[in-house]
Design a protein around this ligand. Structure first.
Ligand code: PRP
Ligand code: ZN
Ligand code: MG
Length: 223
């Protein structure tokens, strides 16, 4: 691969993290000019560019070295760590960013009286996070069927394809709309800055270090 001298950050193209992520980078003194295809943003002041992609692709792009950093939910990063396989470059959560807070939770039909994970024994659970759910089930010694769906997970119990779900909950509105209720929390999530375990020792590494310093300043002011 051709060596890059500019730092490249992957972030969600359109979604809940897009606006706050751009806002945070602006506060760090970065500004960007969007390309015509809207997938690439060229950094105007500093040598830092953006790649606008699907959030689920972000950890893989960093692991492959296509991007140096990513702004992504802890849930997406955690799922990648658990499912990417041993060959994949391990990634680090460099900084929690304090926005996009949500929970990865088990939700059950409203009428089900849930007390403990063991009640899920032998049930089918629909999720987009088979890695994180599988780990949680193992931790609690529960054998359950995991039905992997890429979206609209909340509809599965109504369709009869699952007895419970494991999905992100923010306001809880989607659960209520589907007659489900939050029963157990697997992971407290928020947007994080993801990157390699060891920083590159070159200009990109220096820029990355500078960016982390600015980030820390911005985050401190906000707290
Ligand atoms: C997320 C998540 C839930 C919903 C939770 O989906 O998968 O469905 O938001 O938010 P709430 O508690 O505020 O209702 P999103 O709309 O981001 O789309 P996706 O599932 O297609 O990724
Ligand atoms: Zn997604
Ligand atoms: Mg959803």
């Amino acid at each position: 691969m051709k060596a890059r001298d500019r730092l490249r950050i992957a972030m969600q193209k359109s979604g809940r993290l897009t606006e706050p992520a751009l806002d945070l980078l602006n506060r760090c003194g970065l500004s960007f000019r969007q390309s015509r295809d809207k997938l690439f943003c060229f950094g105007e002041g500093e040598p830092v560019d953006l790649l606008l992609v699907r959030d689920d692709d972000i950890p893989g792009l960093i692991a492959q070295g296509v991007c140096d950093l990513g702004i992504v939910g802890r849930n997406v990063l955690g799922e990648f760590q658990l499912t990417a396989g041993r060959e994949a470059e391990p990634l680090a959560e460099l900084r929690p960013l304090g926005f996009g807070r949500c929970r990865l939770s088990i939700a059950v039909p409203q009428e089900l009286d849930y007390h403990e994970p063991q009640q899920l024994e032998g049930r089918r659970i629909a999720t987009s996070y088979p890695g994180l759910l599988g780990e949680w089930l193992r931790t609690h010694g529960v054998n359950a069927g995991v039905v992997t769906l890429t979206g609209s997970v909340e509809i599965a119990p109504k369709l009869g394809t699952a007895d419970a779900i494991c999905d992100l909950v923010q306001s809880g509105g989607t659960l209520v709309a589907n007659q489900l209720r939050e029963a157990d929390v697997l992971l407290e999530s928020e947007a994080v800055l993801a990157g390699p375990l060891t920083l590159p020792v070159d200009e990109r590494g220096d820029m990355l270090e500078l960016l982390l310093k600015r980030l820390d300043g911005v985050i401190q002011v906000r707290e």
